[in-house]
Design a protein around this ligand. Sequence first.
Ligand SMILES: [Zn+2]
Length: 736
Amino acid sequence: MPLLATAEPLAPAAHLKTKLKEVFGFGQFRGTQEAVIQNILAGHNTFVIMPTGAGKSLCYQLPALVLPGTAIVISPLIALMKNQVDQLAAFGVNAQVYNSTLTKTEMNRVKKDVIAGDVRLLYVAPESLTKEDTIAFLQKASISFVAIDEAHCISEWGHDFRPEYRKIRGIIDNLGGKIPLIALTATATPKVQLDIQKNLHMDDASVFKTSFNRTNLYYEVRAKRNTKKQLIQYVQQHKGKAGIIYCLSRKKVEEVAELLRVNDVRALPYHAGLDPHTRMHNQDAFLNEECDVIVATIAFGMGIDKPDVRFVIHYDAPKSIEGYYQETGRGGRDGLEGNCLMFYSYDDILKLEKFSKDKPVTERDNARQLLLEMTNYSESSVCRRRQLLHYFGESLDKDCGFCDNCRHPKEKFDGTEHVGLALRAVVQTEARFGLEHIAQVLLGLRNPHIDSYGHDGLPVYGQGKTLSGDMQLWLSVLRQCLLNGLLEKDIDSIGLVHITEKGIDFIENPQRITLTKDHDFEAEKQEEEDEEKTQQAAGHDEALFVQLKELRKQVAKQKNLPPYVLFQDPSLKEMATTYPQSLHELTHISGVGQGKAQKFGAPFVAAIKKYVEDNDIETAADVIIKSTVNRSKLKIYIIQQIDKKMDLTGIARSQGISMTELMEEIEHICYSGTRLNLDYYIREVVDEDKQEEIYDYFMTATTDNIATAMQELGVDDFSEEEVRLVRIKFLSEVAN
Ligand SMILES: [Zn+2]
């Protein structure tokens, strides 16, 4: 391994390759890396658009090693800086951070080293750059170039705007001399790209753009319905493989992680609300394959380079296509299998829209525009890859054949006339309007703009209605015109579209064009809900239920126990609905814990198995989901306190609930199959003879009903609390 890399004059290609091998251990450059590096070495401004994982940072790290002076790297996240500096240190490169996390002494040392020319790369946060002190220091240093990482933060139109990024140009001008710039980003639409270049005054930059086409990723969008069931099913199909599930809120993250856990998936949560230790532990567990699935907010994944993530699921709709692309991009980094599934519901979009309600107008409008693009993508039945690439300014001539819309095509129709009409509407409204307005004109609707511009007098006004189609269809036609290059988004005014040469050609000389209809997820959701209701109404398999009841009677007799102790009716009904065929599956039934399954489960499981075989019942496709609902925080607390033999009145008081409420909670815990040992408390409050009498009563009773018990035992001799306490003891010992 090399010692500290030192500055050298401009290097020929062979020398760069040696450096690449020597310092970073790579034998070859990837993609446009070498061209980018040569461009920087030649002192030109450089703009790099490269998807995550394509080797972006090397583009500035390597030239920093061969150019004299220190390269300044502006990066938005302190955690990421630290990470990169550590990696470089491991390669023997002197890289330093300069930000608010340093002490005064450390700052002084870094300054001294930079001015002495010992530091190859200096990572700075944009906030620190605005400080006069920092500028004064940098003016004394010899700077090779400035790299601006995550450059999309500059653009208000991007998904990650940071106001302090807009000051960068001014600061660099203050540093004196003509310092070459390199701006890098993993996501940039043509509009964002233009905005970045304008803001950094680097219109002259050489632009290097790597294709956004990740051919090994399979894109899929499903309606958000029965989502938990779909999720478990999906994860079980990918059992043992690494996956990331993104949720919108911390609460949802916890919920989904718990849901997976109780369904035997090795899953852990990750979000900013966890304490740093747990967060680090969970992240490491994922990297070290001690857990398969990480459930996270979008805080997770930055700077993580796990090559074999096999699926990325968006449990909630993302805020922008940029975010979606970046997050799905964490799948299949090694070029092998990568499945990207998103659950979509328009409700999610509305929820996200509410988040930006209190933001300044421009920011809010922009957020809405990003969401609109997300909605369009999700609801469209056009090839997903074509849409994604189009969004990032690339075009794909034909459908990819490797996405849900390609694999399961929706109804297609001859859209020649529709397209012609839509294009004429854009021309007649003089390219000064967005898609919605154009669709409204076509449908002959009224709105203040239509009135004031006199659009009701246009030849196309109302023609869309005559030809057939509603709002959804016309918006979809217009979007497909964009995808086919017949219309183009206006780069200066967000939301506006204009016609292209190709579009004008089409009007003059129409070619047959096939369009697809959008998905109607709302309708699909509705249908499914109806279906669910009918299923529920149909309920359990009555024949099996009767058999199981009979079996319960027999087994109870053998064991000399009252039947209700084995399984209660609701549990049997659930068995007759989901057909559990192993003791493990049996524990998924509500009211059945491990103990109960072990004690009484075997004959039931055997009977169900035989029944399923005899009647040829298809159950494999049906996933049984163990619910997490009956384990609230309160219940967990109560179980823990009882384990510690805490006084019940004390538990009730500490939780601010009445004794009656506490008893109800405890009974609920007990009836869901958890064994509780209350002996320590019962001993104190119920005398031994009474305990025995109540216990014996339940052993021979035909029901565990408390009113019946009180009647049989005698209200004068026993209090209800005594009977209920002993009933818990009895059920815990005999039934659970
Ligand atoms: Zn496709």
